[in-house]
Design a protein around this ligand. Structure first.
Ligand code: 7PJ
Length: 278
């Protein structure tokens, strides 16, 4: 396998990276016949890159609360053709949002740069597949499983519980030979967390810096915004931007968003202000 030269890091963590979410719906192009959806997805990628996205996150499995499982075969047929098309057309970092070893393996073979796993490589075979590659990995915290995670989330101390989980997963990665330099951490807003839990995490986001790894925050359009503001999913832009900025101010390196141009603008303001700080 081709290894990346060490002196050229894939991601410049000295500046905040905007990760644009590429939505692929269950009825998209898995049969290969629905080219309009495929082309629409590519158009969306192009727009996100033009607006300043640094990373494109492709997800073929819905992890929303209550979502049904997707087979490995279906996930591969949804994600891989798009990954190949994006990599052949654009010079952009691509992240694959998956928890399945088979999807990870195919994705790595076809040029994925980051594996973004909401299950933090806990599924069978995932640690091994990633260990045999040189991709970066985002380890996300989730309590429970998507189908039932929002039923009754409970923590002793949410920040400490998530920190302990991260420490344990970092240890597992290191034991397999996945060096710390390849890891990104994400507390997983909305994944087995009550409204209060989510705001506790956002207010204490900086605590996760103590593990000395880049942090990812995914708050875009989530129900923690909608239920506080009483806004439908299409009306959560102000909430999304505010929450993103709060995370960046506390050290988030990657912001995972639907609204790329608006987020790029918001981060630019924050960066400019920082330059004037005495
Ligand atoms: C996240 C994710 C997140 C990471 C989703 C949604 C749900 N991956 N995948 N972090 N959320 N790393 O976008 O509403 O927060 S899917």
């Amino acid at each position: 396998m081709m290894m990346r030269p060490i002196q050229e890091p894939l991601i410049n963590f000295n500046q905040v990276q905007v990760m644009g979410i590429l939505n692929i719906t269950p009825d998209s192009f898995s049969d290969g016949g629905q080219f309009s959806n495929f082309n629409q997805a590519l158009k969306q990628v192009e727009l996100m890159i033009e607006s300043g996205a640094d990373i494109i996150d492709i997800g073929g499995e819905s992890t929303r609360p209550g979502a049904v499982d997707v087979s490995e075969k279906d996930e591969i047929s949804r994600v891989i053709p798009l990954l190949k098309a994006i990599k052949s057309r654009f010079d952009v970092t691509v992240s694959i949002d998956t928890s399945k070893a088979g999807v990870m393996s195919e994705a790595i073979m076809h040029g994925a740069d980051i594996i973004n796993d909401v299950r933090a490589l806990q599924n069978t075979g995932c640690l091994d597949v990633v260990a045999q590659s040189d991709v970066l990995v985002c380890l996300m915290h989730m309590q429970g499983m998507p189908r039932s995670m929002q039923e009754n989330p409970h923590y002793k101390d949410i920040i400490n519980d998530i920190l302990s989980f991260f420490e344990q997963r970092i240890e597992c990665c290191e034991q397999k030979g996945i060096v710390k330099e390849r890891l990104i951490l994400d507390p997983g807003f909305g994944f087995g967390k009550s409204l209060e839990h989510n705001y506790q995490i956002l207010s204490c986001f900086a605590e996760f810096n103590q593990l000395n790894l880049p942090l990812l925050a995914g708050v875009s359009r989530k129900s923690m915004l909608g239920s506080l503001l009483n806004r439908d999913v299409g009306q959560r832009l102000a909430g999304s931007l505010t929450a993103a900025i709060v995370a960046v101010q506390q050290g988030a390196s990657i912001i995972r968003v639907h609204d790329v141009p608006e987020t790029v603008d918001a981060i630019k303001i924050l960066k400019t202000v920082a330059q004037y700080k005495k």
